[in-house]
Ligand binder design. Structure first.
Ligand code: ZN
Length: 467
């Protein structure tokens, strides 16, 4: 009997089935995209060129009960692409932008297309694909769809889910589901694409997508604000939403420690506002009139300053200055410069945040002392915070102890979530019950069993091990 790898080599040709050193080379390149991710040693890396080839791969793997782990850009932070002993299914050779329809404002592209390339292609037509995140240069459309990525402009344009009109996915047994809807309104039966968006490759492999495009805003105003009290952050946010008439596209809060890290050596950024404030907020507004919007933006910020919500502010006056402000917010790598960190991306009600952070910090200091590194920043308008915790003697056991201190206080705050953006992967599956009810998890299991009866698709991810 021939092995599944030999069958794949015969069916796809050797260039599409990389083994040994060639597989490790692809793995090593992919690993550089994540923050210290370990993808493991895959049995082989498969590089299909078409949906038909993805279907063939899954049909053979399904028959052989062989685990398959889809790979996009491998920029995730929860070990969702860990592929030890599995067939890694890389979509890198399926990267075409197939169509941009300017009348209906949609883009159809293959799943391996890099997010930045898709955004650039939309822009050349005067359109906007508003998904924006730090990993934009490596993340792929299939990856951001499978993880329902969020990013910096969710406040205005929503998460990936809000930009996907249709998609094509291949089920575990090789069945191709063509659901390439291009309509904004389509209530003809179940919305099947939602099964694949955010399910982290456990229910099917996304191969193509139809994305909704928007008008490209003509003006862009960016400012950095300093705020002294947490309670003034949501007040400032709501003021900007109200007074900027829906043009507010980002409200990114950096706690003082994050700001210090991204504005001091060895970071390349420098302090645009002086150190010493408690919160720094990057705000962005995108509108239609360069002159009028700039004046209005300045007036609105002046109001926030006069009313004492904001204590200091700098408005970027050029593209270079706008980029300098954004590069501070994007320089997340600085958070790991003093040693490894455990990364979290919790969501909770805005008014629960100060009490929650205080409780977490006190628990960390009680266990590891004030040497423990605790860095916070996030998308305040989305109720989503990034928290990084670093201790000197980090081990798997200490990581687990940190998790307990981060997730424990969420259990007593209804409506919170252990993951606003990154997803569950391997890292958070044991905590899924903090955020989802037993009935919800049972329904997730029922869907998994129905769509992937042999459990070959990204096995072990998202769902906790059954009792
Ligand atoms: Zn984020």
């Amino acid at each position: 009997m021939t092995s599944v790898i030999e069958q794949l080599e015969a069916a796809l040709g050797r260039g599409a089935v990389l083994r040994g050193a060639a597989a490790l080379e692809v793995r090593d390149a992919a690993q550089t995209h994540g923050l210290g991710a370990d993808l493991g040693v895959p049995l082989a890396v498969l590089r299909p060129r078409s949906t038909a080839e993805v279907s063939l791969i899954l049909r053979l793997a399904h028959a052989a009960r062989q685990p398959v782990v889809p790979w996009g850009g491998c920029t995730g932070l929860v070990d969702g692409a860990a592929a030890a002993g599995a067939l890694a299914l890389s979509l890198e050779r399926m990267s075409a932008i197939e169509e941009i329809d300017e009348i209906n404002r949609v883009m159809r592209a293959q799943a391996g297309c890099i997010l930045q390339n898709a955004c650039d292609a939309a822009e050349t037509r005067g359109l906007l694909l508003p998904l924006d995140l730090g990993a934009r240069g490596s993340a792929t459309l299939g990856g951001v769809i499978a993880t329902n990525a969020g990013g910096n402009r969710v406040l205005r344009w929503g998460m990936t889910r809000d930009m996907v009109l249709g998609l094509e996915a291949v089920l575990a047994d090789g069945t191709v589901i063509n659901s390439l809807n291009t309509l904004i309104k389509n209530n003809a039966g179940y919305d099947l694409k939602q099964l694949f968006i955010g399910s982290e490759g456990t229910l099917g492999v996304v191969t193509r997508a139809v994305l909704r495009l928007r008008s490209k805003p003509l003006s862009e105003n960016v400012a950095l604000l300093a705020v002294e009290e947490f309670e003034l952050l949501p007040r400032t946010l709501r003021r900007l939403e109200r007074e900027l008439g829906g043009s507010l596209s980002s409200f990114e809060v950096m706690w003082a420690e994050f700001y210090r890290l991204v504005t001091t050596v060895p970071a390349s950024g420098r302090a645009i506002l002086p150190h010493g404030h408690r919160f720094y907020v990057l705000v962005e507004s995108r509108g239609v009139s360069v002159q009028a919007d700039a004046e209005h933006f300045e007036n609105v910020l002046a109001g926030a300053l006069e009313d004492g919500e904001v204590v200091d502010a700098v408005i970027a006056k050029s593209d270079t200055e706008r980029k300098a402000m954004w590069s501070l917010r994007d320089d997340v790598a600085q958070v790991t410069r003093d040693g490894p960190v455990s990364a979290f991306d919790v969501s909770l009600k805005i008014d629960d945040m100060p009490g929650y952070l205080d409780e977490v910090h006190r628990a960390l200091v009680a266990r590891w002392g004030s040497e423990c590194r605790f860095v916070v920043w996030g998308h305040l308008g989305d109720g989503n915070l990034h928290i990084m915790v670093g201790i000197d003697d980090s081990t798997p056991q200490s990581h687990h102890e940190i998790e307990e201190r981060i997730y424990g206080p969420l259990r007593t705050r209804p409506g919170s979530s252990i993951s606003g953006e990154h997803g569950i992967g391997l890292q958070k599956r044991d905590y899924l019950a903090c955020s989802r009810t037993p009935a919800e998890i049972a329904m997730m299991r029922a869907l998994k069993t129905a769509l992937d009866p042999h459990g070959i698709l990204n096995p072990g991810k998202v769902l906790p091990a059954a009792d």
